[in-house]
Design a protein around this ligand. Structure first.
Ligand code: TOD
Ligand code: ZN
Ligand code: ZN
Length: 493
């Protein structure tokens, strides 16, 4: 798929499939275009076929022997509510309606006059590309659906190429994250995550440091290694570094939970706890590796990016941690493991200490940490915790720019009581109420005081059973767009 912006309007575009957006009640600036090009009969036909212009509604007309050969009319909802999110949603509907119908070229005309051209072009093109992503790696009878060779965004100003300059890098990062999350735990192992990091390092010139079990032991990473010790697969602690050309103005660390399978350990996941879905417990690592791939390709200026993944499995064996064990993390703090299924915060504890040791300007961690966050915010919104208003605001802006949703949650200091242990510095789980908050408070114990830090709980957003918007059913690649947009903005905090 080649994407282009063009000043050609819908009234004169010639190609295979033309998609045109109308507001509720079939109104808007493109109504006149439809009438001019296809005649008043088309508008009557819209009414006859009950087209209302509701957001996401599509209607298809097949023209025989003319160009365009197909007209797609897409609803945009109320004009006052149409913005970047509406453009994204419409573009995803258009892409899905055009897909699999032998569409060779697709022209998209939406009323983007009131939107910032760069943002609108990016939103539309990303939505088309990401909604047509179709992963059939594990099907022996894979039949890839044909994609349009060319996608043209109509009615954009000249110099269109620049408007879409970051598209392939960003989308490739999201797609990598989706592939990593969707692959099963016998394929995406800690070693496979390390291999993936090595491939990114080689292709885009990043630095890679891999720490094995003994390296981590030498650093005192007792919490991370405690989780890893029940698995036959050795842990892989991954540290990728992107160094920009020219001056470094900001240094940031992105940390991703990399549990390639979470059985729960001796607090085994029981019926209803979705043990068979626990391949997605490395969604945080997929997001930061996807971001690393995008950043490697896009080569942004001024920001040095450290990507850190503590990868391992949480399994059961004679060597696994017991409920009740006391582990010592690399900052010297001791942890009573009252629940072996709260392993994400254990591996992140040592990864955060390591990240803070790099003395960056900001640290952002992403993790499929708690079911409690899913109860609080559902599967469309990630939880965001940060003591820094500036960093929380910058991440929320980057998320919204990329069409991802986050909601700030409180680091309620009084809830730290819930993690008090009679025998160690803290327990790894508190009471069930507020469980995503005590998870964040636990992580905070391993962040250097005063350092700008944010935690994103993506347990709900990494996977979509049915698919929604530009996410096909399955892995969403959540987090990549937020992280990349934040870094491209200079990583403000
Ligand atoms: C939790 C701190 C973490 C765990 C999470 C995980 C749950 C229990 C039963 C469904 C809970 O409320 O304790 C949920 C969901 C059924 N479990 C969690 O949130 C032990 O899924 O394993 N993280 O590593
Ligand atoms: Zn767990
Ligand atoms: Zn987990």
């Amino acid at each position: 798929m080649e994407f282009r912006c063009t000043s050609t309007p819908a009234s004169s575009w010639s190609g295979d499939t033309l998609a045109v957006g109308l507001y509720s009640g079939s109104t808007g600036p493109l109504k006149a275009v439809l009438e001019e090009r296809f005649g008043a009969a088309l508008l009557e036909r819209l009414e006859q076929r009950q087209f209302k212009g509701k957001a996401g509604e599509t209607l298809r007309f097949d023209w025989l022997g003319a160009t365009p050969s197909v007209l797609l009319v897409v609803g945009l909802g109320e004009p006052a509510e149409f913005g970047l999110a509406g453009a994204r949603k419409a573009a995803a509907s258009i892409a899905k309606a055009a897909q699999g119908q032998g569409c060779t070229s697709l022209g998209i005309a939406l009323p983007v006059e009131g939107l910032e051209p760069q943002a609108a072009a990016a939103a539309i093109a990303q939505a088309v590309r990401l909604s047509l992503f179709n992963d059939q790696r594990f099907k022996s009878d894979a039949e890839p659906k044909p994609l349009p060779a060319a996608v043209e965004l109509l009615g954009f100003p000249q110099a269109g190429a620049e408007l879409l300059s970051g598209l392939d890098g960003l989308c490739s990062g999201v797609e990598l994250a989706r592939e990593l999350v969707a692959a099963p735990p016998n394929k995406v192992t800690p070693q496979a995550l390390a291999d993936c990091a090595a491939a990114i390092a080689t292709e885009f010139g990043l630095e890679l440091k891999l720490l094995g079990r003994s390296d981590c032991a030498a650093l005192g990473m007792g919490a991370y290694l405690g989780v890893a010790q029940g698995s036959d697969l050795p842990p892989q602690f991954i540290h990728l570094t992107y160094r920009p050309q020219g001056a470094v103005r900001r240094r940031v660390a992105l940390v991703g939970k990399g549990l390639t399978f979470d059985s729960g350990g001796y607090n085994l996941k029981t019926a209803g706890s979705q043990i068979e879905m626990m391949k997605y417990d490395m969604g945080g690592s997929a997001a930061v590796l996807g971001a690393a791939r995008a950043i490697g390709q896009l080569q942004p200026e001024g920001v040095e990016v450290h990507v850190i993944v503590p990868a391992c499995e949480n399994m059961i064996s004679g060597g696994a941690i017991h409920p009740g064990d006391i582990l010592t993390a690399s900052n010297g703090k001791t942890i009573e493991v009252n629940n072996t299924d709260a392993e994400g915060r254990l591996v992140l504890a040592d990864a955060l200490v390591y990240a803070c040791g790099l003395e960056p300007d900001a640290v952002v961690d992403l993790a499929t940490l708690t079911g409690a966050c899913v109860i609080a915010l559902g599967d469309e919104i990630a939880g965001l915790w940060s003591p820094s208003d500036a960093l929380a605001g910058a991440l929320a802006a980057a998320a919204s720019q990329g069409g991802e949703q986050v909601w700030r949650m409180p680091l309620q200091a009084s809830y730290r009581e819930g993690l008090k242990s009679g025998v160690a510095d803290m327990k790894n789980t508190g009471p069930r109420p507020g469980g995503s908050i005590t998870g964040a408070l636990f992580l905070k114990e391993f962040v250097s005081p005063g350092l700008a830090w944010a935690h994103l709980d993506i347990a709900g957003t990494v996977w979509s059973d049915k698919g929604r918007g530009l996410d096909p059913a399955g892995a969403t690649g959540f987090g990549v767009r937020t992280l990349v947009n934040w870094v491209l903005a200079g990583a403000p905090a």
